[in-house]
Design a protein around this ligand. Structure first.
Ligand SMILES: [Zn+2]
Length: 257
């Protein structure tokens, strides 16, 4: 029987490979987790070679960037301690140079008097955004069964911001999303590692995808379909233009600029 032609989840090329969304290496193997299977029914979408993260080594980059984030659950932490550190040692720490623009090792004392070593650094932001963008397109492809046609805009909630505007926006988008998603289902078979939710489209046809990794790494993706006339959300334009703006949300006021 002839198989129907499949197209890439990101572009209009014919797919020649399968792409795990998110990359498989983010999911710990059972032997790392005392036999617990965290690789149940991983999502796979058709992909061209160019948009396959495994082939571009983006998957390893992403794993090293996010598994060790401090606010993660213990699964992310154990994964960072085992697989990530192994990958780091195997490349004689060159992998870290690739991941972080600047880095340092900090030692944190926990309440039980044990120490944990953490590598903190400034991540390669553009590459991180590009990795999460591919995951967002992949999740859309899986969820709706076709490729998304339009523009996306990403916000990485888990990165700490130095400027006040960025911090305010972080609290705002977390609050807004939690209200809109309160009654929406969470998708993903291994939710301690990854799950996602979609909001319903607003009056302009925009909708938001919220992805969580290790319960501590949160990513927000606005989908703006091509068919929609509006190209941006007005409050966002005001904030980006540096104009003093206030947004009220469920009894709380967020002040920008
Ligand atoms: Zn492609």
């Amino acid at each position: 029987m002839k198989k129907a032609i499949q197209y890439c989840y990101m572009c209009d090329k014919v797919a020649t490979t399968d792409e795990h969304v998110p990359p498989r290496c983010l999911f710990p193997e059972a032997k790392e987790m005392d036999g617990i299977d965290l690789r149940k029914n991983l999502i796979k979408v058709p992909s061209c070679v160019e948009h396959n993260c495994e082939k571009s080594a983006d998957d390893e980059f992403l794993m090293v960037s996010i598994a060790g984030i401090v606010s993660n659950n213990s699964i992310g932490y154990r994964h960072a301690k085992q697989k990530v550190e192994r990958a780091v040692r195997r490349t004689s720490y060159k992998l870290l140079d690739k991941v972080f623009r600047q880095k340092e090792l900090v030692r944190i004392e926990r309440e039980d008097n044990k120490f944990i070593d953490l590598i903190v650094g400034t991540p390669d932001y553009a590459r991180l955004v590009s990795c999460f963008e591919k995951i967002a397109y992949g999740v859309y492809r899986e969820h709706f069964g076709h490729r998304f046609d339009g523009a996306v805009k990403l916000h990485l909630g888990f990165l700490h911001r130095k400027e006040k505007n960025g911090r305010t926006f972080n609290s705002f988008i977390r609050h807004k999303t939690s209200l809109e998603l309160a009654n929406e289902p969470r998708y993903g078979e291994n939710q301690k590692v990854f799950y996602y939710q979609f909001t319903r489209p607003d009056v302009h046809g925009f909708f938001l995808l919220n992805m969580w990794f290790y319960e501590g790494v949160d990513v927000y993706v606005s989908f703006m379909p091509k068919a929609s006339e509006k190209k941006n959300w007005l409050p966002m334009n005001l904030i980006e233009a540096g104009i003093k703006s206030y947004i009220n949300l469920d009894g709380k006021t967020y002040e920008f600029n």
